[in-house]
Ligand binder design. Structure first.
Ligand SMILES: NC(=O)c1ccc[n+]([C@@H]2O[C@H](COP(=O)([O-])OP(=O)(O)OC[C@H]3O[C@@H](n4cnc5c(N)ncnc54)[C@H](O)[C@@H]3O)[C@@H](O)[C@H]2O)c1
Length: 218
């Protein structure tokens, strides 16, 4: 859609693969969402290369499953540090530039599991609920700078990593829960990101948009 895109991931090879497909408007950065110093350097590199930053999509996240009664302190903290604190860190670093520009669009990726209370994901669901709360407060505090902050709660999306742990039977089960009888693809979420990152959503902030093919009906 004409955007210049910085692809940040802890997996540098994957980031470069995507950035190469975007071409001269793409740039890859290898950085971990847990490392504030690396994230700050990534934001500076973005400003150096493209002069400004108009859009931030906070998408990096992990979702290993674990029964609540077996969760360790370390597993809990790791999850919070990547999914929730990572969103806080990156948003704060980027918002500093958006405040100067007096404009910006931030899109946070939460999850429909927050509405469903999905089993084996207590640590994950807690982070994704946190992301919704963070979205609302950021929207209130940053609104005066014309910075929009919204959130998407994806349903079951058929990503490459999902194939590692979702069986064909579970995949069919998802369809029985959804109103629309097709598996959602990454592009279904990307299109709503594009809407929330562009001018069509200029009247919205602090909102959570559910992209789950009619599962939770939030
Ligand atoms: N796939 C689904 O069904 C689904 C549903 C709801 C929400 N989500 C959310 O969507 C987002 C993307 O999920 P996905 O399914 O595409 O997963 P994915 O594993 O395919 O992609 C996540 C990416 O984040 C990167 N990443 C993970 N930890 C990182 C870290 N500490 N620092 C930097 N990069 C890191 C990974 O390397 C990977 O490229 C996540 O926030 C996830 O919680 C996914």
């Amino acid at each position: 859609m004409g955007a210049k895109v910085v692809v940040l991931d802890r997996d540098g090879g994957a980031a470069r693969h995507v950035a190469n497909r975007i071409g001269e408007n793409g740039m890859a950065v290898e950085a971990n969402m847990r490392d504030r110093g690396r994230l700050a350097a990534a934001v500076e590199a973005t400003i150096e290369r493209f002069s400004r930053v108009d859009i931030l999509i906070n998408n990096a996240g992990v979702y290993p499953r674990m029964p609540f009664l077996e969760l360790t302190e370390e597993q809990w903290s790791d999850m919070q540090d990547i999914n929730l604190a990572g969103t806080f860190r990156m948003s704060q670093l980027v918002a500093a530039h958006m405040v100067k520009q007096r404009s910006g669009k931030i899109v946070n990726i939460s999850s429909v599991t927050f509405f469903l209370g999905t089993k084996l994901l207590s640590h994950y669901v807690a982070t994704k609920g946190g992301v919704i709360g963070l979205t609302r407060v950021m929207a209130k505090e940053l609104g005066e700078y014309n910075i929009h902050v919204n959130c998407i709660t994806p349903g079951a999306i058929q990503t490459a990593s999902e194939k590692f742990f979702v069986t064909e039977e579970q995949s069919r089960e998802f369809l029985t829960m959804q109103s629309l009888k097709r598996r959602l693809q990454p592009v279904d979420v990307a299109r709503v990101c594009a809407f929330l990152a562009g001018p069509m959503s200029d009247g919205m902030t602090g909102q959570t948009v559910n992209v789950d093919a009619g599962w939770a009906m939030h």
